[in-house]
Design a protein around this ligand. Structure first.
Ligand SMILES: CC(C)(COP(=O)(O)OP(=O)(O)OC[C@H]1O[C@@H](n2cnc3c(N)ncnc32)[C@H](O)[C@@H]1OP(=O)(O)O)[C@@H](O)C(=O)NCCC(=O)NCCS
Length: 331
């Protein structure tokens, strides 16, 4: 019956492809330099999948780790949600492709597109299915092979993005269990959609020779505008999550924000009056991995022994759309 169930995080996992693209590699490709990139973004390296490796391949690796931690097999899963803007193909969904690779039984599987907020959107959707009692074990993935969407002649975007996948398995638990997802808050403002777009490949601009000539198969971004809106929306989302739960910022053990730019994270921490040493940062190694960024940053901090079971953790995201969201959980 509704209201009796909550989601606990039964398992987490992440995967980064082996190949690393450094700032020094990028110096040889576009008019940029390591000092500029580090100073303006905090990014030093990003991981890049080999040709032919798709989002579902990275997702599979992350899922196997999450299943192991949860002590589950793919047959225990009731639903798969993949948050991505770089699906294996437009159709079928990457979630269905992953389902086949995992060898799951006949379950629900679908993708969601909320760009860099995708993982928080996915967790929130999964949490609703668990709260209603409809499903017990849900796999949520944030996965991207973003380098395929990036123009390596455009220095404003190519320095930012990398490939990765992160997986969480949410399981239904009694509402009195302490370590649960407490709340999620999602937002979108489509009026700001033109700040970050992938113009071609959809119904508006189908693929053609003109697309390739104009390079509209690659992302276009108004970086400075995104920066301002990222700080504003993520700060608002952080406040909203804590207000809804009557929690003080000092009680939060870790803020795990979308990993876009170190200066964005520092600015959010400052506006939110939150100590920067309690902000999880992984972007120096991974760059911006869109929907994968929060679960990857979370897992890296968990593997390093920073994030521990029982801690109070706030996730905050923003992305193309413009979408944004937050989620408060006791891990
Ligand atoms: C993109 C971003 C790093 C640019 O940093 P910035 O401090 O805003 O820099 P500006 O855009 O003001 O550009 C400053 C100068 O650096 C130049 N520049 C841009 N990219 C450069 C690069 N890779 N190397 C060297 N110079 C660069 C610009 O051309 C500009 O030159 P100009 O002053 O001669 O016109 C920053 O705006 C950002 O991170 N925005 C958010 C992007 C984002 O998160 N996108 C994903 C959303 S999920």
């Amino acid at each position: 019956m509704a209201g009796e169930f909550r989601s606990k995080i039964a398992g987490i996992g992440s995967f980064l492809p082996e190949k690393v693209l450094t700032n020094f590699d990028l110096e040889k490709m576009v008019d940029t330099n390591n000092d500029w990139i580090v100073e303006r973004t905090g990014i030093k390296t990003r991981h890049i999948a080999e040709p032919g490796v798709a989002t579902s391949d990275l997702a599979l690796q992350a899922t196997q780790k999450a299943l192991k931690m949860a002590g589950m097999t793919p047959h225990d899963l009731d639903m798969i949600i993949v948050a991505t803007v770089s699906p294996d193909q437009m159709m079928p969904s990457t979630a269905c492709t992953l389902q086949a690779k995992l060898g799951c039984r006949n379950i629900v599987a679908f993708d969601i597109t909320a760009a860099c907020s995708g993982f928080v959107y996915g967790l929130s959707v999964a949490d609703q299915f668990i709260r209603t009692g409809m499903f017990k074990n849900i796999l949520v993935i944030g996965g991207e092979v973003l380098h395929t969407l990036v123009n390596y002649e455009d220095r404003e975007t190519c320095i930012l993005f990398g490939d990765a996948a992160g997986a969480w398995i949410l399981s239904a638990t009694d509402a009195s269990y302490p370590n649960i997802i407490m709340s999620s808050h999602l937002h979108a403002d489509g009026n700001l959609g033109d700040l970050f777009v992938l113009p071609a490949g959809g119904s508006k601009i189908p693929f053609s020779q003109e697309v390739l000539d104009n390079k509209t198969q690659f992302v276009r971004m108004k970086g400075r505008e995104i920066f301002k809106n990222a700080v504003r929306t993520m700060t608002e989302c952080c406040h909203e999550a804590l207000r809804a739960n009557n929690v003080n910022p000092k009680d939060v053990d870790w803020l795990v924000p979308h990993q876009a730019n170190l200066r964005i994270l520092e600015s959010v921490a400052s506006h939110f009056e939150f100590p920067t040493e309690k902000v999880v940062v992984s972007l120096h190694e991974t760059g911006n991995t869109s929907a994968a960024s929060i679960p990857v940053a979370f897992d890296m901090a968990f593997q390093e022994g920073k994030i521990k079971r029982g801690q109070l953790i706030l996730l905050a995201a923003f992305g193309a759309g413009l979408t944004s969201g937050s989620l408060l959980l006791r891990f």
